[in-house]
Design a protein around this ligand. Structure first.
Ligand SMILES: [Zn+2]
Length: 67
């Protein structure tokens, strides 16, 4: 349940960092693994997707609907 309607563009207390994959503002920072070839931090959703791409079956699949 990560759906937020009408995001406000407050700059305070919000990380300016954007996800290296989807360019969304990062709520939770994840560091991509070196072998993924990604520079910068990524968001939880993309991290989850990458995990599934690179290590299928080894993790519980969440956010599968985002594929
Ligand atoms: Zn992302």
């Amino acid at each position: 349940m990560f759906f937020i309607s009408n995001k406000k563009t407050k700059s305070s207390l919000v990380s300016k960092e954007k996800c290296a994959i989807c360019s969304e503002k990062i709520k939770l920072h994840y560091n991509p693994m070196d072998e993924w070839g990604i520079k910068g931090s990524i968001c939880g959703d993309c991290y989850s997707k990458k995990i599934n791409e690179h290590y299928p079956g080894e993790h519980v699949r969440v956010n599968k609907h985002l594929d």
